[in-house]
Every structure is written in C-alpha cells, then in structure tokens.
Ligand binder design. Sequence first.
Ligand SMILES: *Cc1c(COP(=O)(O)O)cnc(C)c1O
Length: 393
Amino acid sequence: MKAVSPEASFAPATEITRIGRDPARFDGFVNTPVVRGSTVLSASYDDLVNHRGRYSYGRRGNPTSEALEQAISRLEGAAGTVLTPSGLSAISVALLSVLESGDHLLMVDTAYNPTRKICDGVLARYGIEVSYYDPKVGAGIVDLLRPNTRAIFLESPGSQSMEVQDVPAIVSVARERGITTLIDNTWATPLFLKPLEMGVDVSIMAGTKYVSGHSDVNLGTIAVNARMWKRVLQTHGDMGICVSPDDAALGLRGLRTMLVRLERHWKSAIEVATWMKAQPQVAEVRYPALEGDAGHALWKRDFTGACGLFSVILKPVPEPAFAAFFDSLALFGMGYSWGGFESLIIPFDCSTYRTATQWQPGGPAMRLQIGLEDPADLIADLAQGFACLEAAR
Ligand SMILES: *Cc1c(COP(=O)(O)O)cnc(C)c1O
C-alpha cells in the first residue's frame, strides 16, 4: 500500500476511516489494539529519569487512548484532545480547567441539566459565580458581562428545548475581551458543526452519544485550541482523569461509522418529524433541521447536518392519555441518553429548573431520538401510540 503524507486531507467520509490508526506501527493490523496497562517500563536509567519514553504511565495515556485523542483532534481541528470517562466529566474538567475562584461564568440557560448542577454545586462551593443567559441572546451577551467574567459556556441546540445559538456573535464578543468560550457540541458532533473553526476555545462532546453510537459506553472528549490547550491538559492530568483502553477502543470503533449513521439518523428524523408535525395532537415540533423551526436559519448558516434528536410539544392532554401513548410504543425505548442505533423517547418539563427563560409550552413535551430503524416502522408505532392516546382520553 502506498504511503500517504500525514498532511494530506480528504473529504470527511474518507478522513473518518483513516484518523486515529497507524497499521504500520502494529504489524499491519487495521485497528489500533487495546493496550491495557498501568506500568510502562523504561529500557534504561537514563530513559527513566529523562522521561524519554513515548508513554510514562497508564493513567497519562496509552496507544489506544492516544489514537482516539488524535482522531478527535483531527475532526475538531484542535491543538489537542483529552478523554474523560463520561460526557459530564468532560464538562466538569473543562470548566475546572478554565475557571478560578472569584471568576464569573455565563452559562446558557438551556444547558444539559446536570451541567447546571456542576455550576450551582461544585463551582459555587469553590467561589465561582454563575449566571444563566437566554440562548437567543446573540451579541446581546455583551450586556451580561461582569468585570470578572472569565468564560461563556454554550450548548447548541439547547438541551430538550432545542434553541440554536448564534455562536459567531457570542464568540466575537468574547474574543475581543479575552473571555474563554466553551461549547457542548454533542448534538452536532464536529462532523456537522466546527466550533473551533468558529473561534470557540473548547469543544466538548459526550462521546457516549454518537461517537460510540451503540449505547454501550460512557465517554467524554474535550478538544481544545492552542490558546487553552496547555491549561486543559495540565488540569486533566493533575486531576487524574483517564479512560479505560477498552472504552477508548469502543470510541474508535464507533467513529468509523459515525458519518453514515448520522446521515441516516438525520434523514429518518426529518421524515418522522415532518409526519409528527402533521398530527392533530401535535402543537409544535422543535428540530432545527426542519423548515419552519425557529432556529432553522441559524442552523442552515452554521451547521452542515443534524442528528436524530428532536422534541415535540403536544396540545394539552390529560396525563393518563399522555402516559398511554408512551406505554403503547414498541419501537421507542423509554430511557435516558441518546445517540445509539435504537429509537428512544422521554417526556420532559424544563419549567422547574430554567431561570433565565420561561418554559411554558402549553402542553406536555417529549424528546425523541430517531434511531436506525426503518422510519415507516417508527411512524406506524407512533400512529398506534396516538390511537391509544385518543382511546385513553
Ligand atoms: C448525555 C449528555 C451529556 C453527558 O454525557 P454522559 O456520558 O451521560 O455523562 C452531556 N451533554 C449532553 C448534551 C448530553 O446529551
């Protein structure tokens, strides 16, 4: 096989088959092996005391975790990437890397709810002020800055309610003032949104979702630009965060099919969301990729695709009838997380924890993850669900 220069760049579909592996280094095996280990032996006293080895200790990385880090860095256009054992720990490590006691953090009101818990719990205990902002604030974020504002955290689209943020507008305000920006990019993945290219400093993913793609692992990634890389790497290392090589290998394995899976999730989600929108029980579908969605114009400007996750708000319906809909579904599992091959559904209500925005949708809400099943089967399942809802009214 002809060698290709490491600088060569290919289309995303090609790139994703090549990144994070080096068969020549592992006797020709296509995939980077799972290297389990804590201790790494040095060949000599000189190598040991002068840290000449490529690896120093299992916690600080091994060939398997390094392969996934390099792959994510390529996708994100990052100076470096660190891995964490879950998406939530990626968020906490990134925030603790950037912030210091006395700092102020602007957190988007529509963040993944456990992210709020980090802010109101650990960060508050360590003397970090947090205030929440409306995801639609755009350049108006400038009015929310305080003299001690160190960082702005974004998540787009917002968890559950699906608002698309004007990332470039917020980044431009932050950049002018040396404020660090971080984004939770789990929904789009770097295949469909490139935050670092837009000037964001830190791009975080729950690798648990589409990177893994099979609902069988928790994983987090923190991809960082040159400005913040040393700080994140140091904090991550000092805190002793590492992932098992088996989990890193699952991440690498999922990555190979991430683009084809996402393209199918997206196509099927458009089909199911369009059908949902036409049902008499449905008040609103929130899916930025769908024409008519409030965030569609921003999505079209900044994103190159969409995943299979969207939300639906029903017209008012008694709770037992709403419950009957859920209980009647055969192809939609009821459970947390998303990004796997299987369809999922959960009810949600943001009204108890949002503080900068009001959640008054006028009816019960649910979030759907459209999996890799045939969309016609999914629509048939939802149709019989609405029939059960009507029967239970
Ligand atoms: C699931 C999720 C996380 C957390 O990932 P875990 O691996 O479950 O900790 C973070 N952000 C978003 C947007 C998520 O959906």
